[in-house]
Design a protein around this ligand. Structure first.
Ligand code: NAD
Ligand code: ZN
Length: 364
């Protein structure tokens, strides 16, 4: 088991990574002296497999848990589900000292976190992420929220959990496509922050794809460390935290124009990161061989790396990128790589260069 600390003063917390973490849930909540009444918020897929062990672990440690289940999938991350959860919590008589356990992927984490941030003006919450993406990304850093029809994550808060328990055993049942999508965020940490991690991923990719516990533990822990370090320096994204958006401007644009259906988030940002690497080779000093290494690693991870758009799709993508909330003054700014392991943010990209990478085949 590995522990990573998120350094946020009195709102700081631990991330624990290892097998059998789910059975530790009750004990950890008791150690944190959380209130007796609690609710597990989960989705139908995850609940079917893991609600029982979570429930029993809490019960055994003396808690009084209830279970709230929402439909699986991104479409449940909305205000209607928020309302449904509030009503369930009220009917189970959760009070100020009660707490919420988010048991599931990023959808459940973002939704349950937002419910926790706002129910009774805030109750404690615990993250038990069950997808690779949630373990390395969404459960860490305190961004919670839901989607509106007008766009993703438009309502939300910064609200930190009390602890994050990453149970590697839960990853065994994660569908292959979801697992590979999570790897896109893992690779991102190597590109933006840690050349050694990137080299390790090149070496250990087969072990990761086999989901070997030791490799997974170490790699997930390193990703959490990087996210914790970045968030510790810039919790509310006024500067450095922007580097976590490498590949995301194009990625979010692709997700938006395909109306969140065609690509999983990890797939969209795989394409986005390969495109950002090509832009980096032109504009921020990334070497061509390194740009190729980046494209190659995503490809080996089984992720899409190129996109050929017709001119009308390209126009749609540009419009979608301009709507992204990271855009200020109508100008799209990019995170670009200087070399593998270091990026620079707030970079302007001439529209003509952007056009070129969105028409090419991902190999420069
Ligand atoms: N808060 C943040 O900082 C942050 C960062 C990145 C992404 N996100 C959000 O995360 C969401 C995506 O998260 P995700 O990729 O985890 O998607 P998800 O939560 O929808 O999970 C993907 C699918 O896998 C299923 N699943 C989850 N765990 C499983 C397991 N162990 N075994 C079998 N099936 C399992 C789910 O039911 C779902 O069908 C998006 O809404 C995105 O906006 C948030
Ligand atoms: Zn992402």
């Amino acid at each position: 088991m590995r522990t990573v600390k998120v350094p946020l003063g009195n709102r700081g917390y631990d991330i624990q990574i290892g097998p059998s973490q789910l059975s530790e849930l009750g004990r950890e909540c008791a150690r944190l002296k959380l209130g007796e009444r609690c609710a597990i918020i989960t989705d139908t897929n995850v609940g079917r497999r893991y609600a029982k062990p979570a429930y029993e672990s809490l019960l055994k440690a003396g808690f009084n848990p209830s279970l709230v289940t929402v439909p699986a999938g991104e479409t449940a991350k909305n205000l209607k589900s928020v309302g449904f959860c509030y009503n369930q919590l009220a009917s189970h008589r959760l009070e100020r000292k009660s707490f919420i356990v988010a048991l599931g992927g990023g959808v459940v984490g973002d939704l349950a976190g937002f419910v926790a941030a706002s129910y009774l003006r805030g109750v404690a919450f615990v993250q038990v992420p069950t997808t690779l993406l949630a373990q390395v990304d969404s459960s860490v850093g305190g961004k919670v929220g839901v989607n509106l029809k007008a766009g993703k994550n438009l309502v939300g808060a910064f609200y930190q959990p009390k602890i994050v328990l990453c149970d590697l055993d839960t990853l065994r049942t994660l569908p292959e496509r979801e697992f590979r999508a999570g790897l896109a965020e893992v690779i991102k940490y190597g590109i933006i922050y840690d050349a050694d991690l990137f080299a390790r991923l090149e070496r250990d990719l087969p072990k990761l794809l086999r989901r070997e516990t030791k490799t997974l533990t170490e790699v997930i822990a390193r990703c959490c460390e990087i996210k914790a370090e970045v968030v510790g320096q810039d919790e509310t994204e006024s500067g450095l935290r922007a580097i976590l958006n490498f590949g995301h401007t194009i990625g979010h644009g692709l997700e938006a124009i395909s109306s969140y259906g065609k690509y999983l988030h990890g797939e969209a940002i795989s394409i986005g990161q390969v495109a950002a690497a090509q832009l980096s080779a032109k504009l921020s000093g990334l070497s061509q061989p390194d740009a190729r290494r980046i494209a190659e690693l995503f490809k080996r991870a089984g992720l899409p790396t190129d996109v050929r758009l017709h001119s009308n799709q390209r126009a749609k993508l540009f419009a979608a990128m301009k709507l992204d909330k990271k855009v200020s003054d109508g100008e799209i700014r990019f995170v670009l790589a200087k070399h593998i392991g270091e990026v620079t943010w707030g970079q302007r990209v001439p529209p003509a260069e952007l056009e070129k990478v969105l028409t090419s085949d991902g190999h420069g």
